[in-house]
Design a protein around this ligand. Structure first.
Ligand code: ZN
Length: 247
C-alpha cells in the first residue's frame, strides 16, 4: 500500500457494504443516485493461505479455485496492490461525483473473499454497474488492456447488453484518456468473452472485468506502476461510467 492512499484506506476501513456520500453537496453530483460496484482483484495476504485459495467454489458453470495470489511486475509491484490503488482512486472520484460505492474488500492486507462471494457482495448492493479490476500476467512481449465480458448463462442473461454497452465506452477511454493500447494477445480488439469466471457468470448487474495492462511487459509495467497513470486510468473508468449511466 502506498502512503498516499492512507486517507482512502482509513475511509474504507470500516466498510462492508455501501459507501454513502459524505455531504449533501456530493449527492447532487452527476452520479447522484447511482451505485457502482468495485471489485479489486485478489488480496494482499492471499499468498499466506494456499488451502483457502484452492478451495473449490461454484462459478455458475463449473467449479473453480476460490482465488489466486495474482501476478506482479518484474520489479515486484504486485497486482493486488495495483488493483487496490486503482480501486481507491476510482472510488474517490465516484463518491465526489455523488455515487455510492459497493466494495468487495476493505483493505489490501487480508485474505479473500472468494470470487463467488465477491460477485454476490456486489449483487447485494444492487449497483447500476460494476467493474472487476485486475492486471494481467501475460507473455512478456504482449502489451495492452483487455475487457472481459460475460456470456449468457441464466443468472446474468439480463446484463449482457448493458455490460457490452459499458465495455465500448471503457475501451475508447482506456485508449484515448489513459493511452493504453488494446491487448495484442488477449481477446479481439480489446474484448474477450469469458464463461469461466464467477465474477461474470454470477453477476446480476452489468459488469466487466478489466485487465488494465500486462504486468510482465516492461512498457506496460512502467505505466501500471506510475501514480500518474493510475489516476488517468481511474479518470478513464469514471468517464466511461458517466457516459454509460448518464449519457
Ligand atoms: Zn488478477
Amino acid at each position: 500500500m502506498r502512503k498516499s492512499l492512507g486517507v482512502a484506506v482509513a475511509l474504507f476501513a470500516s466498510l462492508t457494504g455501501v459507501l454513502v456520500p459524505a455531504s449533501p453537496a456530493q449527492a447532487t453530483g452527476i452520479l447522484a443516485g447511482k451505485v457502482i460496484g468495485i471489485d479489486p482483484g485478489h488480496n494482499g495476504r492471499n499468498y499466506t493461505d494456499p488451502s483457502f485459495l484452492n478451495q473449490q467454489v461454484w462459478n455458475g458453470r463449473e467449479w473453480e479455485n476460490c482465488d489466486t495470489t495474482g501476478t506482479q511486475t518484474r520489479g515486484g509491484y504486485t497486482e493486488h496492490a495495483f488493483n487496490w490503488a486503482i480501486a481507491n482512486y476510482l472510488a474517490q472520484q465516484l463518491i465526489r461525483a455523488g455515487a455510492k460505492v459497493v466494495w468487495t474488500r476493505t483493505s489490501d492486507t487480508g485474505i479473500g473473499p472468494c470470487v463467488d462471494r465477491r460477485a454476490r457482495l456486489l449483487n447485494y448492493g444492487h449497483p447500476n454497474l460494476s467493474i472487476d479490476i485486475h492486471a494481467d500476467g501475460g507473455p512478456t512481449t504482449g502489451r495492452g488492456f483487455a475487457i472481459l465480458l460475460p456470456v449468457a448463462d441464466g443468472p446474468n442473461n439480463g446484463v449482457i447488453k448493458g455490460s457490452l454497452h459499458f465495455a465500448y465506452y471503457l475501451r475508447s477511454r482506456m485508449v484515448g484518456m489513459a493511452g493504453m493500447p488494446v491487448s495484442t494477445y488477449d481477446g479481439v480488439n480489446g474484448f474477450a468473452y469469458r464463461s469461466d469466471l464467477a465474477g461474470l457468470n454470477l453477476t446480476t448487474q452489468p459488469k466487466v472485468l478489466i485487465e488494465c495492462g500486462n504486468m510482465r511487459n516492461s512498457t506496460d509495467a512502467s505505466l501500471l506502476g506510475s501514480k500518474t497513470w493510475q489516476l488517468k486510468a481511474a479518470n478513464a473508468m469514471v468517464s466511461a461510467i458517466v457516459k454509460t449511466l448518464v449519457g
